[in-house]
Design a protein. Sequence first.
Length: 87
Amino acid sequence: YALPRSSLDFRNRLAFDALSRRVASAGEPFRGFFLPNELAAALAGMGFHAVEDLDTAAINRLYFHERADGLRVGGALGRLICAATES
């Protein structure tokens, strides 16, 4: 999911603006942004628990650690979240 532009620092706002223009020109404008604590609360209110919310650093540790090609997620715009209704 994506963080709202207003929650980003200046550098990440510049990156957001560039990416936003690019995806909008391809017909896929960004829609729907969430703050992590508000999204977690909304999920809990719908009966989800065991919420795992990954920021850029956690995504890189989990999915891109020790890649030979150096591929990594950059910036702070995108996050991944997983929530379950059963354990």
